[in-house]
Design a protein around this ligand. Structure first.
Ligand code: ZN
Length: 86
């Protein structure tokens, strides 16, 4: 049986969204909040991560997050379970 891991839905901080990155030797300007799912400029994007360090790591791999609509769709389509806070 797989061990369950607790993850959180976390907002990608603005300073991370605006951070430029290097792609094939070229500096790419930081995205200002485009969703990696629908490409809509939502201004707020979300990732599922263990903590802020993990959030940064995941963002640096994909340079994007998902808008609320796409995050909800992904959670719904993939059967994630959400534990209610105490
Ligand atoms: Zn989206």
């Amino acid at each position: 049986m797989n061990k369950k891991e607790t993850m959180q839905i976390m907002e990608v901080p603005e300073e991370l969204r605006h951070k430029p990155w290097i792609d094939d030797g070229e500096e790419v300007p930081g995205d200002c909040g485009k969703c990696g799912g629908c490409n809509w400029e939502s201004g707020t994007v979300w990732l599922i991560a263990k903590n802020t360090t993990d959030l940064e790591k995941r963002f640096n791999e994909h340079h994007t997050g998902l808008c609320g609509e796409c995050m909800t769709r992904m959670i719904s389509d993939t059967g994630w379970a959400i534990d209610m806070p105490d």
